[in-house]
Design a protein around this ligand. Structure first.
Ligand SMILES: CC(C)(COP(=O)(O)OP(=O)(O)OC[C@H]1O[C@@H](n2cnc3c(N)ncnc32)[C@H](O)[C@@H]1OP(=O)(O)O)[C@@H](O)C(=O)NCCC(=O)NCCS
Length: 190
């Protein structure tokens, strides 16, 4: 088994979290959370018919790892791995812009008792900073957000993102923040 499944060596930190390369063993940790319908339905647009297995998650994880930086989210205080996220190069045609470096940002806090404590925002903000300032991207675009996923919609809005397009009659939203908007926010925060 590969130890560093993610294939990168980037470690990032926030006040309460560590983001480390995703490991193969993390898929087993994730399975029980994916078997919770609340989490599964929030993460998967079309949830599988069969119960989620580590192999199922590994297949999706492999694609993300090949397309960017797949991280496990670790809670510093407990040392527990509590979620997953990926800075992923845009792989959907509708999100690509010729001449621009565009990334996606899927994220999931596995344990729903930890939702609403600011962890999602803390991790996403750190990755947004890294993507604009270290990778030099032009646009960050969380894609395929279910319009009725209030937490996710609030998360992206709270980071200054706006709806780039509505898909499927408004059932699904793609969010975005451009470099110009990101830099404007940075100046305002100073
Ligand atoms: C979506 C998710 C990553 C958000 O992370 P989180 O740690 O729960 O969210 P945060 O506590 O960081 O909150 C982010 C923002 O949303 C707001 N928010 C949190 N819960 C909310 C709720 N139930 N309704 C409305 N707004 C909410 C917060 O107030 C905050 O905004 P603010 O900073 O302006 O106050 C997390 O809930 C999760 O993993 N959910 C299941 C999987 C999922 O939906 N992933 C995203 C798929 S696109």
């Amino acid at each position: 088994m590969m130890d560093n499944f993610a294939g990168h060596s980037l470690h990032l930190e926030t006040a309460r979290l560590r983001l480390r390369p995703f490991e193969d063993g993390d898929f087993e940790l994730a399975v029980p959370f994916y078997r919770d319908p609340d989490f599964l339905n929030a993460m998967e647009e079309v949830p599988p018919d069969e119960p989620v297995t580590a192999d199922y998650l590994r297949r999706a994880g492999k694609a993300m790892a090949e397309q960017g930086f797949l991280f496990a989210i670790v809670e510093k205080a407990s040392g527990r791995t509590i979620g997953e996220t990926c800075l992923q190069w845009m792989n959907l045609d509708r999100g690509k812009i010729p001449g621009e470096k565009v990334m996606r940002l899927p994220i999931g806090i596995w344990d729903k008792s930890l939702w609403g404590r600011g962890y999602g925002k803390e991790a996403a903000r750190r990755l947004m900073t890294y993507a604009f300032e270290e990778l030099g991207i032009d646009r960050l675009c969380p894609m395929d957000v279910s319009a009725d996923n209030a937490r996710s919609v609030a998360l992206w809005r709270s980071l200054g993102m706006t709806v780039a397009r509505e898909v499927d009659g408004g059932r699904v939203l793609d969010f975005e923040i451009s470099r110009t908007e990101y830099e404007r926010m940075q100046r305002e925060e100073r």
